[in-house]
Design a protein around this ligand. Structure first.
Ligand code: OGA
Ligand code: MN
Length: 387
């Protein structure tokens, strides 16, 4: 008996120490990939661009009939029958689409993220500590400063370089972790359209893009372990689009401490989290530096094969704009996540229910001293846990 007591005492001590040091499986992996010196071994990271060779990866069929070829082309996407889509064993509802973009169209989305979506009425991290006048014309102010910059190290950062996140549609409130009916601006029609096609191809024809969070990462950025649960309808998927530098993405379980699977997200890749995988913990521990000789992936540099049809949403990016974009993207990654917030016919709960929801959330997402996560995208700072 004393032995049992001792072992359960030992176990409790171990669990307590695990909590203290946060050395559960997910955090261990997060730290492993975040480590700078020496850099980690990436050989265990799943690379969907290499196909379904990995034992956990399988090819999956989407619904080509759900999206007309012309509609797909207008949104800068290849016909759905050409898409390379994969599932991951043990993660039902998780779909990885390996760069389904048409040549030249990734450039358009990058330009939208750097020049258009950061404009008012959308909200960005800079708004938290700057006046409206100061955050006006971020692109123009930044390009001006960029052009006048020499190679000196001590030069001030442009606003574009200080940009960490932008919210669209229902604007996510980082402090309350909620969306609200009051804080809403029109969702961009082009991003709505591409999202609708991706969701439809994945079996969600009624998906409506209502909220977007754009994340801007630099070589030392990471995104802490979290779950996206603030949306009120979890039957609809969460879509994630990545451009620029590759990242290591970790997909865990329904509990924060569950083990995780590491995978690369390359430029143009789309991830769909639905069903069982909609509410899984995930994180981005690392941006993977590109080789100095090829700082940008060919699929991002590629120009359009033919000029876009007259009615295309995706327009050719002007050369002078693309020059600024490439300079920025040589060391950066831009990720757009698109969410449906409300179910069909659903409304935001009344104030009283909302308070209850809030307390449930703050309990659920108790951060337990997680350094990176406690810093995660606070509205008042620039968000990522950078070291
Ligand atoms: C998010 C998110 C992942 C990424 O914004 O909620 O998980 O790949 N982003 O940047
Ligand atoms: Mn997320």
């Amino acid at each position: 008996m004393s032995c049992r007591v001792e072992s359960s005492f030992k176990m409790a001590k171990m669990a307590a120490s695990m909590l203290e040091h946060g050395e559960d499986a997910f955090r261990k992996l997060f730290k492993f990939y975040k480590r700078r010196n020496p850099p980690p071994d990436f050989s265990e990271v799943i690379d969907f661009s290499k196909g379904s060779k990995h034992e956990k990866v399988f090819s999956t069929e989407l619904s080509p009939a759900a999206v007309g070829e012309n509609e797909a082309r207008k949104a800068g996407l290849q016909p759905v029958r050409e898409w390379k889509a994969f599932g991951l064993k043990g993660y039902p509802g998780f779909i990885f689409i390996s760069n389904p973009f048409l040549p030249g169209s990734q450039q358009y989305w990058v330009k939208q993220c750097l020049k258009v979506y950061l404009q008012k009425p959308n909200v960005c991290n800079l708004d938290m500590h700057m006046t409206a006048a100061e955050t006006e014309n971020i692109w123009e102010k930044s390009t001006q400063l960029m052009r006048s910059k020499g190679s000196g190290k001590r030069e001030p950062k442009t606003l574009l370089e200080k940009l960490r996140w932008v919210t669209l549609g229902y604007h996510y409130n980082w402090d309350t972790k909620m969306y609200s009916a009051e804080h809403h601006t029109p969702f961009p029609a082009d991003l709505h359209s591409v999202s609708k096609h991706v969701a439809a191809a994945c079996g969600f024809p009624s998906f409506t893009a209502e909220a977007g969070i754009l994340n801007y990462y630099h070589s030392d950025s990471s995104l802490g372990i979290h779950v996206d649960e603030s949306e009120l309808d979890h039957t609809q998927p969460l879509l994630s689009f990545s451009f620029g530098q590759s990242a290591v993405f970790l997909l865990g379980g329904t509990k924060r401490e569950d083990p995780a699977t590491a995978m690369f997200m390359h430029s143009g890749d789309i991830m769909v989290m639905s069903g069982h995988s909609r509410l899984l913990y995930h994180a981005v521990p690392r941006i993977v530096p590109a080789p100095a000789a090829a700082p940008l992936p060919p699929c991002l540099l590629q120009g359009p094969e033919r000029s876009a049809p007259e009615d295309s949403l995706v327009r050719r990016v002007k050369e002078e704009d693309w020059e600024v974009c490439t300079r920025y993207m040589r060391t950066s990654r831009v990720n757009m996540t698109v969410r449906q917030v409300l179910g069909l016919g659903q409304a935001f709960p009344s104030g009283e229910t909302r308070i209850q929801t809030l307390s449930a959330f703050s309990k659920d997402s108790a951060e337990g001293g997680e350094n990176i996560n406690s810093k995660k995208r606070k509205s008042s700072s620039d968000g990522y846990g950078e070291s």
